[in-house]
Structure formats: C-alpha cells, structure tokens
Design a protein around this ligand. Structure first.
Ligand code: SF4
Length: 332
C-alpha cells in the first residue's frame, strides 16, 4: 500500500428499507413499518441512473437487518413484487451492474448461504464489527451479539468476499475493547486475507434517541484508536475515517489512508445531519498526500480474481476509466 496516497470512492447510498429487527440505542435510521419504509423500485432505478451520470462507481445498498421479522413488513415487500428484501436487493444489484455501477451490500447479519447468494452480484460487501464488547446500547439488538458478527465476517472470508468492517467508537466500549476488536479483525484477516478496509467511525449522538446526550469521543481518543489500528492491522488493510463525521485532515497523520465513500447525489442516511464533503474538500483534507479515487473492490482483489463472471466486464471497464481519469488529472 502506497503510504503517500489517500483513497476514496464515489458512491450512491440506497437505503432499501429503514425497518430493522434490532433496537440499537444510538440509531436514528430505523423506523417502524409504514407505507414509506421501502425504497420503491422506480426510485432506486432513478437513483442508479443519476448516479451513473454523475460518475459514481459504487452503489451502497445499506438497510435494516432482517426486516421480515417485523410484523407487516412481509406484505409490503411482497407488494414490490419480491419475496424478501434480499431478493429485492439481488435484483437491484443486477440493475446496478447494468447501469455501470458496482454494488456493495451491507444488510446486517447474513447467513453463509445468503452471502453466497449475493456474492456474484456484489464487488464487495460489509458489516461493521462495531465492538466485541457486550454493551447496554445493544441490549435489544440480537444482531449485535459479537459472536454472530464475527461468524459472519469469517464466513465472508471463507467465501472470498472482499470485505469492509470497522469499529464504532463511543458507544460504551473501552479502549481495551477497541484493541480486542481490532485483534479479532486482524486474526480473521490473517486466516482469510479478505479485509480491504477497517473503518474507525466516531458515534454521533442523535436527537430523540436514548443516547442523545452521550458525549462524543474527542480527537485524541480517535487518534489513539487509529494508531492502535495501524499498529495491529497488516499493511494491506486500509484504515478509513468518514470525512463527513470526523476531521479527516487532522486524523490522516494518525494513520488514516482512506476516506471512504462520498456522494455527489445522495445523503448519508445513517448520519443525515452530516453532509458529504465534495471532492475538492477531500483534496484539501489530504494536504500533501495524493488523493486517488478507487473502486469498492480494492486492486489486489481484482488481481486475485475475487469477483464473478457477471462483474468482470464492468470491473475491467471501470479500472480503465479511473486510470484514464487519473492520467487526465495528472496531465492538466
Ligand atoms: S442494526 Fe443498524 S439500522 Fe438496525 S437498529 Fe441498529 S443501527 Fe439501526
């Protein structure tokens, strides 16, 4: 990994449903089952086409976990013409590929069979580990049991899925918990080699949630966590912070080398009060480092061929496109 380069990707965020079986105490994304809780197919398709027009290369399908466990949801998803949210996601991933955007799905906990089902239509997938500690904020969230999350990340490794994970900081865990969580990720990566990037994400309190008055963690704590991550994780794993949530410019010297996805079209539905910076702002944050756009599948996984036949032509085309764009940028 080139230490002088800071990477980012250009994405669109498609929150297919806000319904979720969990009840995390910091969440403002989840809603009850209502007629507006599912992103309708025509809305999703419009977002994909507009994203392609704006040069986005990643469709981030992030949505509530196992929404079918919530009463009333099944009838609503059936109304869109699909049997389940995962079947709907699969269909939209295929549309995304046709629209020239690489899908990246984060659907919460998935079984090995479900991961295998989605793999051929996803260039990469993700699940935040968040923390290996048992914390009160997760007491009503069956999907946040650490062992279940570790098992899913391991299954993704067995299936050779390029994977994004990370820690959520300030939700009730200690610095020692953070270190333990990072060691778990490190060990999984040592076994399977599938972790592309680890997000060190700071929790931001949301009005109206049980954790609305909790203090956010400060810069020093964030920097220490990033330094520990950089020390513990192998060099080929990127360390990412969200540039709309944290002071990227100040954190880059702590060991950050990726600024995640930013969108010229859609908001951050998980942190809607924090707008994405533009590419020019990212360039300023990167300072003397070279800011470079990347795909949601990292180059070494492209080299290893960790993608399906269905994705191959698009990946090759987008690699060429990014390289042409970079060349144009360097010669102007
Ligand atoms: S799993 Fe995600 S969407 Fe569901 S309640 Fe927790 S933070 Fe919200």
């Amino acid at each position: 990994m080139n230490r002088n380069v800071i990477t980012f990707s250009k994405n669109i965020f498609l929150p297919l449903t806000t319904v979720c079986r969990n009840r995390c105490e910091y969440c403002c994304f989840r809603t009850p089952v209502t007629e507006h809780c599912i992103m309708q197919p025509d809305d999703a398709e419009r977002t994909l086409s507009r994203g392609a027009e704006k040069g986005c290369t990643e469709a981030l399908f992030t949505f509530g976990e196992r929404p079918e466990e919530e009463p009333g949801f099944k009838a609503l998803i059936n109304g869109t013409g699909y049997n389940s949210i995962l079947q709907y996601c699969y269909a939209l991933c295929k549309k995304s590929i046709k629209t020239d955007i690489l899908p990246h799905t984060n659907a919460g906990i998935l079984t090995a069979e479900e991961l295998e089902y989605l793999k051929p239509v996803n260039a990469s997938m993700g699940l935040m580990l968040e923390t290996t500690a048992e914390i009160p904020a997760h007491r009503n969230s069956p999907g946040k049991i650490p062992e279940i999350r570790i098992e899913m990340i391991e299954n993704a490794g067995i299936l050779q899925i390029p994977f994004t994970t990370g820690l959520l900081l300030g939700i009730g865990e200690t610095m020692q918990d953070r270190e333990e969580s990072l060691m778990v990720i490190r060990d999984l990566h040592k076994r399977y080699g599938h972790i592309q990037e680890v997000i060190i994400q700071n929790f931001c309190p949301k009005p109206g949630t049980p954790m609305c008055i909790r203090q956010e963690i400060g810069f020093d704590e964030m920097c220490v966590a990033i330094r520990i991550a950089r020390d513990l994780l192998p060099d080929d794993v990127a360390i990412q912070v969200a540039p709309n949530l944290a002071d990227a410019a100040s954190l880059i010297p702590c060991g950050v080398n990726d600024l995640g996805g930013i969108s010229p079209l859609t908001i951050d539905y998980v942190n809607p009060e924090h707008p994405w910076p533009g590419e020019d702002e990212l360039r300023l944050s990167a300072g003397n480092y070279h800011l470079q756009e990347r795909l949601c599948i990292y180059p070494r996984f492209i080299e290893k061929g960790w993608y399906s036949d269905e994705l191959e032509p698009l990946i090759k085309r987008l690699v060429q496109q990014l390289s042409d764009r970079r060349h144009r940028h360097e010669t102007t």
